[in-house]
Design a protein around this ligand. Structure first.
Ligand code: SAH
Length: 456
């Protein structure tokens, strides 16, 4: 192995000034140009660190002591913030978080897309950046003789017992606690990962923010749930207003949460929620945006950028359960959605019917294959909306867009880096990026979404 050339050694203790924050929320300290990544510090703070790991070109250190702190620093309100790892920015004010996310988007638009003149607007944040998630899923296990439910401790499979998670809906906390208690009271053993024994593996809670409907999902190793009737009654008594109790069976030795078999134990198979005035049916296994409030903000921007008058043909690539397609359908002539997961397409069709929307069509398949086929069939979109996964658009899809020449492209992105890369490809193909609007869908975490609009 080639020797690593670094100006520091493992276990060196150094006094540093932090200069930057990575997109993972780690602070950067540079020693003779060599970056060390440190959790828990913020730019412009100073303090002592101990070097823990050296790689070629960069290393890691742990924070020992902070000396000077910045006004953006706050005491994280969550009691398990350090162990959990689910949030990365709770030690920063919300304003500071939004500023950091803005810088991240601005930076890649300048450096990767090479578009320093394109406006990037301030991040649209939440009025109340807590309790925004509508879906919680936590592992259940045993810890010193007690049944515990919570999150895996960072980089381990030890379960931290947790009574509240400040980014989840309060009712999700309640559902998790009550399901755990009712199961314990009825002799249901938690799953033991080592021995592949026990019953209750995970509890999931889903909440319809606009309807108030609530679903509890018990993921079990065995198809049989001991004392089933007593458990159903116990959960209904403990959680007034619950509308759906579902069991999912996962008999496998695996890290994957869900198995293939799902059955409703009591109540409805789905809960409903609204984004804008479009209603969605959400089953235990459906994909659905986790921050419904900001989803409306993000898709509202996409709709505004699309500038529809009612005459347009729109393609929604990577459409999922059709959230954007249905949101746009009311303002468009026709919408075509494509998505790789067949079950999501089934949900999209059901959601169209649920809303009486008849001008939206959905097809399962790869966007980069289905859209060229549509083009051959004579479908000529005026607007194409893309909302790809983190890796961005497939190059074949970008080339198809350049061939189809829609007047507008609206790009919704969960990864600024791949957004910037793809914008450059579209720019080189003759499109012009007009503006970029970041939206904060995941306060307290480092994730940032953005929507960009391009014209031919
Ligand atoms: N707009 C959707 C979700 C987009 S997330 C919504 O709001 O509900 C990205 C989606 O792209 C996922 O549903 C994923 O399954 C899908 N996907 C990934 N690769 C794809 C491909 N090559 N072609 C079509 N869809 C793809």
């Amino acid at each position: 192995m080639a020797k690593i050339q670094a100006p520091v050694k493992i276990k060196d203790v150094l006094y540093v000034t932090f200069t930057d924050l990575t997109h993972e929320g780690k602070a950067v300290a540079k020693v003779e140009g060599y970056p060390l990544f440190v959790e828990g510090a913020l730019p412009d703070e100073t303090g002592e660190i101990e070097v823990t790991k050296l790689n070629k070109g960069y290393g890691f250190a742990k924070l020992i002591r902070l000396d000077q702190i910045v006004p953006e620093r706050v005491v994280p309100p969550c009691s398990v913030y350090d162990e959990c790892g689910g949030c990365q920015l709770q030690h920063m004010t919300y304003e500071g978080q939004l500023k950091m996310k803005y810088n991240q988007v601005r930076n890649v638009i300048d450096r990767i897309a090479k578009l320093p003149d394109v406006p990037v607007h301030p991040v649209l944040g939440m009025e109340d950046p807590w309790r925004y998630r509508n879906k919680a899923q936590v592992p259940v296990g045993m810890n010193s003789g007690h049944i515990v439910a919570g999150f895996y401790k960072k980089r381990s499979h030890d379960i931290i017992d947790m009574t509240e998670c400040l980014i989840q809906h309060e009712q999700s906390d309640n559902i998790i606690q009550k399901v755990k208690d009712v199961c314990a009271a009825n002799g249901v053993m938690p799953y033991d990962e080592q021995r592949h024994k026990g019953v209750l593996r995970h509890v999931m809670a889903r909440i319809g923010y606009t309807t108030g409907e609530m679903m509890a999902v018990l993921v079990t190793r065995t198809a049989e749930l001991p004392n089933k009737e007593a458990i159903i009654k116990g959960i209904r008594d403990a959680i007034p207003g619950i509308t759906s109790i579902v069991q999912n069976v996962n008999p496998d030795k695996t890290n994957v949460i869900f198995g293939n078999q799902t059955r409703t134990l009591w109540g409805e198979d789905v809960i409903y929620d609204l984004i804008g005035d479009v209603k969605f049916a959400i089953s235990a296994r459906s994909f659905y945006q986790v921050n419904p409030v900001q989803t409306e903000v993000l898709y509202g921007k996409a709709l505004e950028f699309a500038g529809l008058t009612g005459d347009e043909v729109v393609i929604d690539a990577y459409c999922g359960i059709g959230t954007i397609s249905l949101f746009l359908a009311k303002k468009a002539k026709e919408v075509y959605g494509v998505e790789i997961v067949p079950q999501a397409i089934e949900d999209a069709k059901k959601n169209a019917a649920l809303n009486g929307i008849t001008n939206a069509q959905f097809q399962a398949g790869k966007a980069e294959e289905v859209i060229p086929a549509w083009y051959k069939q004579g479908i000529r979109p005026d607007v194409i909306v893309v909302d790809p996964p983190r890796k961005g658009c497939d190059d074949a899809l970008l080339q198809t867009i350049l061939e189809m020449k829609p007047k507008k492209v609206v790009y919704v992105s969960c990864n600024p880096g791949t957004l910037a890369r793809d914008l450059r490809v579209l720019e080189d193909g003759g499109y012009k990026t007009c503006e970029v609007q970041p939206v904060d869908m995941f306060p307290q975490t480092t994730h940032v979404e953005a929507v960009a609009v391009l014209t031919l």
